[in-house]
Design a binder for this molecule. Sequence first.
Ligand code: HEC
Ligand code: HEC
Ligand code: HEC
Ligand code: HEC
Ligand code: HEC
Ligand code: HEC
Ligand code: HEC
Length: 267
Amino acid sequence: MRYKGSWYVLLPVVALVCWPLEALAQMDVWSSGGAHPVTLKPNAESSMCSECHSSISKGKYVHSAMTMGCTTCHQVKNAKGVTQVNLVAPVTQLCLTCHSIALDKVLHRPYKLGDCIVCHSPHASDFPAHTWVSQQDTCLGCHARARLKVNARKKTVRVPWGVTLTFNQMQGWMYLNLNATLTANHPIEGHPVSGPNTALGPKAPPITCLSCHRPHGANHANLLPKMPPDPGMSLCKTCGLCLDCHGGYIPSASAAGPQTSTSAWSR
Ligand code: HEC
Ligand code: HEC
Ligand code: HEC
Ligand code: HEC
Ligand code: HEC
Ligand code: HEC
Ligand code: HEC
């Protein structure tokens, strides 16, 4: 199911050979710093920032850290009459000053690299855990080939919500051969990856990528919370993870209760 196209195969090689270029591109991606267009006092209050940046805290899901004020993460500096607004820590370490990294054996590359803001807004959004787009669109943004825009010359990819990543950040990437509506064909042909969970019944939450995977890390390959005991039986319908929805108990929707996969991954 892996994409065998040439740029995917070359990805790690290209990333190694073009390291200096790649570093430049990365700076372009996380353009923190630079001159702030308006002169600010170094001890500027958060309420003052919001006079001009009010839209930044709007959304159904606002990051709890926003109540601690803008300068929890942003630092105002003035030099030679020019105001600079920098982050208090490098962007890939900032989130980890308050959040601890998962101890799972398998870590998702963007998570492992500290690229938290590739998926999460640092401020607010209309989606749970203030991700830029819905959970499902987050996953499909990188793992559906058609949604990822590749710039072979700059060696970058761009996700639908506008974040640009380098080939190095995307190293090891693979995409799913889903059907035209991106709703089925994974992990086996015809299997649904979204829509109602007809295996458990109408009361079960709908299927998403996170019915089977974790977004940050897991103790089994492919970010699976559990796995069939025998790797050779990896797609055994009555093994491990698959049992969350298939077989094993009477197929009555309401009786399934805590066995639904959503409760299996959420912590
Ligand atoms: C008088 C209006 C105004 C105030 C007050 C203001 N800003 Fe800005 N800020 C702007 C404008 C205009 C831009 C450029 C357009 C944009 O990115 O929204 C900007 C850009 C930024 C950027 C991105 C560019 C860069 O310099 O890195 C950050 C970060 C930022 N502001 C943070 C802050 C913080 C933190 C405060 C409060 C300490 C603040 N701003 C107060 C008007 C303001
Ligand atoms: C939890 C940390 C955190 C807090 C709190 C925070 N920011 Fe940010 N902010 C970030 C990060 C990370 C970026 C992305 C920087 C980058 O791309 O290099 C950012 C980017 C920005 C930008 C530029 C990009 C954009 O989205 O327009 C502005 C403006 C900004 N912040 C303003 C604010 C203001 C105003 C507040 C307070 C109301 C605030 N921030 C609070 C972490 C934070
Ligand atoms: C100053 C401390 C601080 C920093 C820095 C910080 N956070 Fe948080 N964050 C919190 C607190 C406090 C909570 C609420 C308690 C919790 O869920 O752990 C939270 C919650 C969250 C949540 C969960 C929201 C939910 O609905 O469950 C996400 C996602 C998140 N932060 C992402 C980030 C990202 C991404 C960054 C880096 C840009 C970041 N945080 C940096 C303090 C911080
Ligand atoms: C590949 C995308 C992606 C990356 C990268 C990512 N997250 Fe998340 N994160 C998610 C999704 C999806 C959820 C679950 C959202 C939901 O409940 O719908 C989540 C949930 C969370 C939560 C709340 C639930 C929990 O697990 O505690 C926190 C806090 C969080 N992320 C912090 C981080 C931090 C810190 C980083 C960087 C070290 C990070 N995330 C990187 C996609 C991502
Ligand atoms: C019904 C459970 C299930 C759902 C839903 C699901 N996956 Fe998977 N996924 C798996 C299993 C099982 C594997 C391991 C397949 C194998 O061993 O061949 C896997 C493997 C993968 C891989 C690695 C593929 C490779 O070629 O190595 C990626 C990437 C992936 N899934 C992403 C997603 C995304 C994105 C979604 C949502 C669109 C999703 N998955 C939905 C069960 C699922
Ligand atoms: C910013 C791009 C990006 C986003 C968004 C993203 N992924 Fe990935 N994913 C990657 C890259 C790069 C890899 C390959 C590197 C690795 O993890 O080893 C990967 C690998 C995977 C794998 C195989 C992991 C392994 O090593 O066994 C799975 C499964 C997966 N992603 C699922 C998801 C799911 C589920 C989501 C949505 C929550 C998601 N991805 C969102 C970039 C992304
Ligand atoms: C989140 C729930 C869920 C999980 C987990 C899940 N499936 Fe399914 N599966 C479904 C749904 C919904 C259908 C659609 C047909 C139905 O209603 O049974 C389906 C259909 C199938 C079918 C074809 C129809 C049939 O009944 O023969 C096979 C084969 C299958 N799944 C295998 C697997 C395997 C193998 C795994 C583990 C890698 C797995 N499934 C994990 C929900 C799930």
